[in-house]
Design a protein around this ligand. Sequence first.
Ligand code: SF4
Length: 463
Amino acid sequence: MALSEKPETTRMRVLEDYFKQYPDTPREVILKIDLLRFGQWFTDAALAVTRGSLIKSYRLFSYDFLPMESMKRNENLKVPEHFIILGGMYDLQPVMVQMSLSPESPYVIDVVDDKLVLTGDGQVLCELRYQLAPNYYEKAFPDGTMYREIIAFGFFITVFRNCQYWGLEEECKFCDINWNARQMKQAQDYTLTAPVKKLENILEVANEIAREVVDQDGYTVPLSFLLTGGTIKSTLHGKKEDDFYGEYVEALKWGGNRRFINLQTNAKPKNILKWYRSIGLDSHHSNMEVWDKRLFEWISPAKAKFVGWDNWLKWTLDSVDVFGEGASKPIFVCGIEMAKPYGFKTVKEAVDSTTEGIEFLMSHGVIPRFNQWRQEPGAYIVKNYEQSPIPLDFYIQLMRNRYEIWKKYNLPLPNQSQLLPEARHLGVSHGTYEDYILLMENTYPPNIVDIVNQHSSPYEFSS
Ligand code: SF4
């Protein structure tokens, strides 16, 4: 344990030690990394003012550190999907953070002096905003299915909410997709219980989002959608994986104007990728999860067995030729390379390994993305081994290296075609890899705080 991580030190003290140790890393990045490491919790006062905010969707994984059945205040139905930190004693620029609930976290969201704030070990660190729900969140289909459960925050569509990689020999060890779908069903709090989303429902909600963006902005803003879901190992509704997902890609792409379609699946050979391209796919994400070959085989045994690390890599590089620069963006579960018991034991080994992967991928035009690992209780690796928070140094050094390599290869800025106006300027909420670039390159518009405030739930209250 590093000196600054001793239990008696406060979070503010820990953060300030890291600000000093890494003066070139944006402070917003360091705080956000720590927020994703530990999750957040709410006071009753802060939970009472989430009304009207964009509620957490549990869209794919749970991203929480506790199960829904332990949420005594029905937090799963109240907390926002994301929150934005800004201002405060460190004069932070706005940064969007994915909500990950943890009652053990040193970070608690509270109302202090009539303002919504983020506290660390009880000390106020900065202000906080919740994003407002888009209008389509309140709409429902005649059978009661809420539009918001079909497409989350105008972007995220889990078409198939289970995975046919099943059990110890196949399921990725960090993944709680099947467990999360089960807890959502058991909670009886959600209107959609079928594992597969109907194509016609997705198309209708996408059209409603397009109508809303015209009402909001006065013109057809380009919209990006992400199609994702579990692996289809055999068939689903009588279709093999590519036929199943391909139908959604084609219909969504050509169902409206100015649409950019992303798809996450296993890595695919070039002829399949070319077929996807021909039906309208714009960007493919063959999520590799971890770079090191030995760890890939341990963490994602079915990906290793049915595709293999070498094919995964070759096909990911091939996808750049098919979809173009910046459109091959595999996810890595950032921090899983240090998971117990078989992960790297030192920060240096872990950073060196994954940096080697970033260098190799970026030198071929692939843009690896780093979704910071949350230790969900339903994931195999958390259920079966005691895990500790992954060191802050690991994340800071890796994100710094990624930024420098991104600059070296002159790769494109992130695509930010979104319904939510503030999300067009801020980095994604699940990791800091985009924030690092956007803050270092100073890409925010001068009125970014006004844009954030305009689309936020109330954050000042009169007592
Ligand atoms: S392929 Fe792995 S990470 Fe993806 S849904 Fe299946 S088990 Fe989870």
